[in-house]
Design a protein around this ligand. Structure first.
Ligand code: HEM
Length: 268
């Protein structure tokens, strides 16, 4: 049967050009295929676009499903961190340069404060990499009394050793409190007898006075210039030796020479 495309009967005259719809020409034989919905359909040319579209959609959905099901690999992370690293590197160069331009220092003049906080965090007992506290005998400690400018200055109080090198004016050679450096002069910290009580012998001191040791330790712990570096192994006190007698100073204080004119005692 011919299938003529025509709107009017006038067009249907004998000999008029007969056209067939694609796939409906007599003699055209087509296989059937199963479409994505499981239906058996002819694979005639007219269906090919629909079938191809269905197939493409199916493939796309499958790809998406496979991607979603894939376990997350570390590759994207590695990519992102490798892209961050150069930026961090540039920042690490740029910030000090900026600081040098404005302040003439490389760290916005925050050196001591930053160093203090870095050191406090680094030496915190919770840090597994924190350097172990060193142990010093009294003889070893005596090397760090400020005499050698190449060595740090240490002092011990209650057996805890602090690095006080940041304040050579006070603890260095010729400093007002130089006599406290390179030793454990805990007794003098309490009694103020800076000549005769330069010892860790605390016998005879009251409970209240002994609390002063802890508050001095807190002073050194909290002070942003100082930090704890170790512990002192001090010789035991001979029980039979006489207790150091009180020094003959007013109010128990014997302030170092340059303090005698007066001045504000630091808050501990
Ligand atoms: C038990 C008696 C005393 C002890 C153990 C003692 C100890 C100390 C210590 C260890 C420092 C240094 C603090 C630091 O590292 O920053 C210091 C500073 C100072 N002390 Fe004393 N002191 C005593 C008595 C006095 C007295 C009686 C005066 C005043 C007449 C005085 C005036 C000062 C002043 C003004 C400073 C600060 C100096 C500065 O920063 O330039 N102290 N004292």
């Amino acid at each position: 049967m011919t299938d003529v495309y025509s709107n009017t009967d006038a067009d249907n005259f004998p000999g008029a050009r007969e056209r067939t719809r694609p796939g409906s020409a007599p003699g055209e034989i087509h296989d059937t295929v199963v479409d994505v919905n499981g239906k058996r359909v002819s694979n005639k040319p007219a269906n090919s676009a629909i079938l191809a579209g269905q197939k493409a959609r199916l493939e796309r959905e499958e790809r998406q499903r496979a991607k979603a099901a894939q376990p997350k690999t570390t590759k994207p992370q590695a990519q992102s961190s490798s892209s961050i690293l150069p930026k961090l590197f540039l920042l690490a160069i740029f910030i000090p340069l900026l600081s040098h331009f404005f302040t003439g220092t490389w760290d916005f003049e925050m050196g001591p404060t930053v160093r203090y906080h870095v050191r406090k965090v680094w030496t915190h007992p919770a840090n597994p990499f924190a350097p172990e506290l060193q142990k010093f005998t009294a003889v070893q400690l005596s090397r760090y009394d400020g005499t050698d400018p190449k060595l740090p200055i240490y002092l011990s109080i209650g057996g805890e050793i602090y690095d006080v090198s940041a304040n050579p004016r006070m603890y260095g050679k010729g400093g007002a409190y130089n006599m406290m450096a390179g030793r454990d002069a805990s007794r003098a910290f309490i009694t103020g007898c800076f000549q005769t009580h330069l010892t860790h012998d605390l016998r005879g001191l009251s409970e209240q006075e002994l609390k002063g040791i802890t508050s001095w330790q807190t002073f050194f712990d909290k002070n942003e210039k100082y930090f704890k570096i170790g512990k002192a192994i001090l010789p035991p006190i001979d029980r039979n030796s006489p207790i150091p007698p009180p020094c003959n100073v007013q109010g128990g204080d014997e302030a170092p020479a340059h303090h005698k004119k007066g001045g504000k005692k630091p808050t501990k």
